[in-house]
Design a protein. Structure first.
Length: 409
């Protein structure tokens, strides 16, 4: 199958894995997952590429598996991006309506949005997303579509996500080096939240935390719009490093112990339990205390949640999370992690699962696929928007943004 406009692919280049998810748009516009390919990731650290050759090799492997499963040739992808350089903040744009009858036109709407995007970023940074929140008409808030209303002063709040140009450029150029086009770059946290949240949950207010191998992304929704985003360069790999140091074992052994015996909350039964470490021949080398292992792991994961909780408290967002907290990412598989998060946030916490999407059940239920599935969902929403607004205008705008990122250095 070649050049099928109904085929959408999402690509996540993560610290622990590279994942390609292929979706096919149904008649109702809802994507159906038809293929998944993944491979271990060897050239990524804290969400950013440090060894392009290894990443390209692993990417080709994941791509091949996804294409074979979906029986398609992937020509372009929605590319997920992350890293400690990515920041988000809220900005307000203001526009004075100058028409004699004070009726707000679509041009007025576009002007106020343009003003909200006219922000002073660091010289080496570029906007990844500018997400519209709500409009204000002469001080009246909560307006979702002001066109046709009467007013003199039009304002809009937007959430702007931006990142370092060269570090975004690294991922885009690597993907293009494999003869793939990049449809658009998407912050991983935005993709994950699209995958796991329903419209009602976005309205009520929700926090999505994606704990991966090298980074933890988090996104806050309230009143149906993104209110806050963030990235922590602390995640599953740091748990493994802590275990290696604390248990005095090699990193590879620590990773295995984490997966086989780890927990986010110390199990009382682990107090007097020992774990025997054997060599390749099955001969005992030494033993470690299971309680010690789980306590090390618990403290690091608790730190991640505390850092997020403190940031949301400073932003005044904690009381708006009426739908609770949703966990995804491979590290959210840790036993007891829901209980740990509930203790920190003091609210309902649930494992995040993909919603409003169909297909391979095995993928939809796995927290580590949330970002890549969300990228496919993001792509499906963009395709619908292009149909409404005109495909050529939107495609050119996206190409312009990517060109700007690639040209700057």
């Amino acid at each position: 199958m070649f050049d099928d406009p109904n085929i959408i692919a999402g690509l996540e280049i993560g610290t622990s894995k590279i994942c390609v998810v292929v979706g096919e748009l149904g008649p109702d516009g809802v994507p159906n997952i038809i293929g998944i390919g993944q491979s271990r990731s060897r050239g990524v650290r804290k969400g950013e590429i440090v060894n392009p050759e290894q990443v390209e090799e692993d990417l080709r492997s994941a791509l091949s598996v996804a294409e074979e499963m979906a029986n398609v040739e992937i020509r372009s992808v929605y590319l997920g991006v992350s890293g400690g350089h990515i920041r988000g903040f809220n900005n307000r744009g203001v526009h004075t309506v100058v028409s004699a009858d004070r009726e707000i036109t679509e041009d007025d709407v576009q002007d106020v949005i343009k003003n909200a995007k006219a922000i002073n970023l660091p010289a080496d940074n570029s906007v990844i997303h500018a997400v519209r929140q709500h409009f204000f008409v002469d001080g009246q808030d909560g307006v979702t579509n002001p066109a046709g209303m009467l007013g003199q002063r039009l304002e809009v709040d937007m959430h702007v996500i931006h990142g370092h140009v060269n570090r975004l450029q690294n991922a885009i150029r690597l993907v293009r080096g494999t003869q793939l086009e990049v449809d658009e770059i998407v912050f991983n946290g935005v993709a994950s939240s699209l995958a796991v949240l329903t419209g009602d949950q976005k309205e009520l207010g929700a926090l999505v935390i994606d704990i991966g191998g090298g980074t933890t992304e988090f996104v806050v929704y309230s009143d149906g719009a993104i209110r806050h985003t963030g990235v922590l360069a602390v995640a599953g790999d740091h748990v493994s490093n802590d275990l290696a140091y604390g248990l005095k074992v090699p990193l590879s052994r620590a990773e295995k112990l984490k997966l086989e015996h780890g927990a986010a909350v110390v199990d009382p039964a682990a107090k007097n339990q020992t774990i025997t470490i054997t060599n390749e021949l099955g001969l005992a080398l030494n033993s470690i205390n299971a309680e010690h292992l789980q306590r090390i792991m618990s403290l690091r994961l608790e730190e991640v949640f505390l850092l997020i909780a403190e940031e949301l408290e400073r932003a005044g967002l904690t009381d708006y999370l009426r739908a609770g907290v949703f966990l995804c990412g491979g590290s959210s598989r840790a036993p007891g992690i829901v209980a740990l998060a509930e203790n920190v946030f003091q609210m309902n916490v649930v494992p995040g699962k993909a919603t409003a999407i169909s297909g391979l059940t095995a993928a939809l239920d796995q927290p580590e696929f949330a970002t890549a599935i969300g990228l496919v969902k993001y792509g499906s929403l963009k395709k619908r928007q292009r149909v409404k607004r005109g495909a050529f205008m939107n495609t050119d705008a996206i190409k312009g943004m990517l060109s700007k990122i690639l040209q700057r250095s």
